[in-house]
Write a protein that binds this ligand. Structure first.
Ligand code: ADP
Ligand code: G6P
Length: 463
């Protein structure tokens, strides 16, 4: 193909929105930022369950140059594919949480059948000149299913979450099938070098593969390119959001309620990978070890509810509320509440204002693919008086944002020390760190990520 650009076809479980509606989840935000610019077809789950299930109609909505085409899941598919295999087995496992991962044959079977069904419905919509880009842990098998249908064009895959080491992944009963199915893609992308290495190690140790030059991996007769390609945010767009009337209104509201106190914020889906419990313990440690912060700092955790039907998430919610309640019970005074938890969604403009009003942003996951909140926080800052990012060493963003204050989220003393350091940091050090972070966030944007991945995919040799 010369001259004309190939059509981009993106496949992911969640589809859209392309606008600024409050929807928590890095994948939807990152892809919307990328697709708004390039256009194409975005194919996935409608978010609805219908009794027609397998035979449900495709529904298409046009937004600018992007067509959003979706299908429903049946009740059994929602349970086996989404809650079961994707979120009870793969999510904890890939986040290194073997202790809470659950495996059962039935959901494995339904997961594969949903991948097959989505491939069968997508196949008539595409042709071999399209670039097909499949996303995330819901659709590992979709590429091999498309090949089974007869698709011979270029197929890419990107994993938004971590890829755990083979020593953990092999606990999954069908781990060999799963990784072998990834070899149907021409290019597989990961958030970090560590994830890419873990994938390569699995291929070598478990599948008898070999690493070739130029990030290629051969397993028997298949060669796949495995690259680290960290996702970014639409940094300019988010910086503009931070100056919008809605952001300014939220920023002012935050400053009014703070009454001159330092505002510390966390913004995460209520998920056990995010380290919210450990973060609260770190804040409590701050109030113990550095008592000058009692009455002068407050912590706001915005934590939209996520996957509430799963026990691990319901239990987490109870625990977060208990710990926050204990901290407030222990330290609150008539005119000061140390911790506030909010589970509602915000528009991204409102979030930008909240980030801007914060002196410190806590991004302290126990394990995270990338963490876009870290990048959004940086993009939203006022360069004259920037806030400080406290970042977990276990967030993918750590590879690019090394000028943040890097912490071990499992150590409350370490977290407390970092918050104290952030709260007492000189303006000149805050600016220096911000300059380096800003450079990283504005250099590797969502647009760059998309272009970099698609360049690799375009360059892949034909099947
Ligand atoms: P994950 O993908 O695991 O949820 P990320 O930090 O990568 O984690 O992405 C989360 C995305 O969800 C960010 O773009 C963030 O702005 C958005 N988000 C988080 N909380 C809210 C909220 N309360 N309302 C709207 N969007 C939110
Ligand atoms: C992460 C995952 C996405 C997922 C999102 C929200 O960002 O990488 O694939 O869409 O969380 O989770 P949910 O289960 O609501 O789609």
């Amino acid at each position: 193909m010369t001259g004309t650009q190939r059509r981009l076809v993106v496949v992911s479980n969640r589809v859209g929105p392309l606008n600024d509606e409050g929807k928590a989840g890095g994948l939807a935000v990152g892809l919307a930022d990328a697709l708004r610019k390039r256009g194409g077809l975005w194919f996935g789950w409608s978010g609805n369950v219908s009794d027609k299930g397998t035979f449900s109609e495709l529904s298409t909505e046009i937004a600018g140059t992007t067509a959003l085409t979706t299908i429903d899941l049946s009740e059994a598919e929602l349970e086996g594919f989404y809650f079961g295999y994707a979120n009870r087995s793969l999510w904890p496992l890939l986040h290194y949480r073997l202790d809470i991962a659950r495996f059962d044959r039935q959901s494995d079977r339904i997961y594969r059948s949903v991948n097959q069904r989505f491939a069968a419905r997508l196949f008539p919509q595409i042709d071999d000149n399209d670039l097909i880009w499949v996303h995330d842990y819901h659709f590992f098998y979709l590429g091999s299913e498309l090949r089974q249908c007869g698709f011979t064009g270029r197929l890419g895959f990107f994993l938004h979450i971590p890829f755990c080491p083979p020593e953990i992944l092999t606990a999954l009963p069908a781990s060999h099938d799963l990784v072998r199915s990834m070899l149907a893609y021409d290019v597989v992308g990961f958030q970090t070098e560590l994830d890419r290495r873990n994938f390569a190690s699995f291929c070598v140790q478990e599948l008898d593969g070999e690493e070739l030059p130029d990030h290629q991996i051969r397993v028997h007769d298949r060669v796949v390119r495995a690259i680290a390609c960290p996702i970014g945010v639409d940094a300019e767009g988010f910086a503009d959001f931070a100056l919008s009337p809605e952001a300014v209104e939220h920023e002012e509201m935050m400053r009014d309620i703070a009454h001159g106190r330092h505002q510390i914020v966390g913004v995460d889906r209520l998920d056990y990978s995010k380290g919210i419990i450990e973060r609260l313990r770190g804040f409590e440690q701050l109030l113990e070890d550095y008592p000058e912060n009692r009455g002068t700092s407050q912590f706001l955790q915005i934590a939209p509810l996520s996957r509430v039907e799963l026990d691990a998430y319901a239990e987490l919610r109870t625990e977060v509320e208990q710990i926050a309640g204990n901290i407030n019970g222990r330290f609150a005074t008539l005119d000061w509440t140390p911790v506030q938890i909010m589970t509602r969604g915000f528009t991204r403009k409102a979030l930008a204002g909240i980030y801007r009003a914060a002196r410190v942003c806590m991004v302290t996951p126990l394990r995270d693919g990338m963490n876009l909140v870290a990048k959004e926080f940086v993009a939203a800052q006022d360069e004259r008086d920037p806030g400080v990012l406290v970042l977990s060493r276990f967030a993918g963003a750590r590879e690019e944002l090394s000028e943040a204050l890097i912490v071990n989220p499992y150590s409350s003393e370490d977290v407390a020390r970092a918050i104290q350091r952030a709260l007492t940091m000189s303006l000149s050090e805050r600016r220096d760190r911000y300059d380096a972070l800003r450079h990283a966030v504005f250099t590797n944007t969502a647009g760059h990520w998309c272009a970099a991945f698609l360049r690799e995919l375009e360059g892949a040799p034909p099947q």
